[in-house]
Design a protein around this ligand. Sequence first.
Ligand SMILES: Nc1ncnc2c1ncn2[C@@H]1O[C@H](COP(=O)(O)OP(=O)(O)OP(=O)(O)O)[C@@H](O)[C@H]1O
Ligand SMILES: [Mg+2]
Length: 276
Amino acid sequence: MPTTLSAQDPAAAAQPRAAHQQDRQRQAGYAARLDGVSKSFGRPGAQQQVLDGISLDVAPGEFVTLLGASGCGKSTLLNLVADLESPTDGTIEVPGGRPALMFQEHALFPWLTAGRNIELALRMRGVAKAERRQEAERLLELVRLTGAYGKRVHELSGGMRQRVALARALAQDSQLLLMDEPFAALDAITRDVLHEELTRVWAETDVSVLFVTHNVREAVRLAERVVLLSSRPGRIAREWRVDIPQPRRIEDAEVSRLSVEITEELRGEIRRHGQH
Ligand SMILES: Nc1ncnc2c1ncn2[C@@H]1O[C@H](COP(=O)(O)OP(=O)(O)OP(=O)(O)O)[C@@H](O)[C@H]1O
Ligand SMILES: [Mg+2]
C-alpha cells in the first residue's frame, strides 16, 4: 500500500545490493535451505502438525516444484520460506535476501496501470524514479506484454494479469522466486503459454524458483527437480530429477511417462491418508 512505501528513494543502491545478495547466495551454495523444518498450528493441547522434518536445499538457479495433495502443507512451506510464518522446529536460510512471491491471485493494485504496478515494486527496491519507467517497460517486454504499460488491471485477461504479476515479482530482483499455484485459475491453453514464458524467463535470468502445484504434469513440465510431499503431516516422500530437455511440452511422451509414475506415488500417498 502506498503509505508503506515511504522514503526508499535514494535509489542508486539497488544494483550493488542485488550483487551483494548474489555473492552471499553463491558463497552459501544454495538459494534456500530448510533443515528439519516442522510446523504445527493451534493452541497447546489442540495442535495440528502440518509439516514434519522437512530438509530441502534449492540450489542457486535451480527450478524445483513441490507437489502434494490438497492440504498437505505446500502453501505453509512457501510461507515459511517467505518468512510470513515461523517454523515450530528447524531452521530456514535464504542467503540471497527476501524472496519474491507470486500466488494464484495476481494481487495487482486495480487502481494502478500494469506499468505502475511494476514501478511500485521497483520503487520499494530503491530504483531511481528516472529509471523506473524504462525498467518497467523492459520487464513487460520480458513477459511479452510490450505496449501494456498504460493498461489498467480490469482491461487485461487473466493470463495477462499473471504476466504482469510475474514482471512485478521479477522487479524485486530477488534471487528466489516463490510461486504458489500461479496458473491454477487459467485455462489449459493460456497455462501452456505461461509455462513456456516462465521457462524462458527462468533460463534468461539467474533466479531460483520454488513452485508449488498439485498438478503433476505441470510439475514435470517445468522443473529440474520434483519434490513430492506426503500428507498429515507433510514430509518429503520422494523426489525426482527431471532430465528431459527444455523446452518441454506438457503432452511430450517423456513428460507423460514420468507424470504417470509420479501420479502413482501421489495416489499412494493420498490412499495412505484417506483423502480424495
Ligand atoms: N494459519 C493457519 N492456521 C491454522 N491452520 C492452518 C493455517 N495455515 C494452514 N493451516 C492448515 O494447514 C494445513 C495445510 O494447509 P496448506 O494451505 O499449507 O495446504 P496446501 O498443501 O497448500 O493445500 P492446497 O493444495 O489446497 O492449497 C491445512 O489443514 C490448513 O487448514
Ligand atoms: Mg496451497
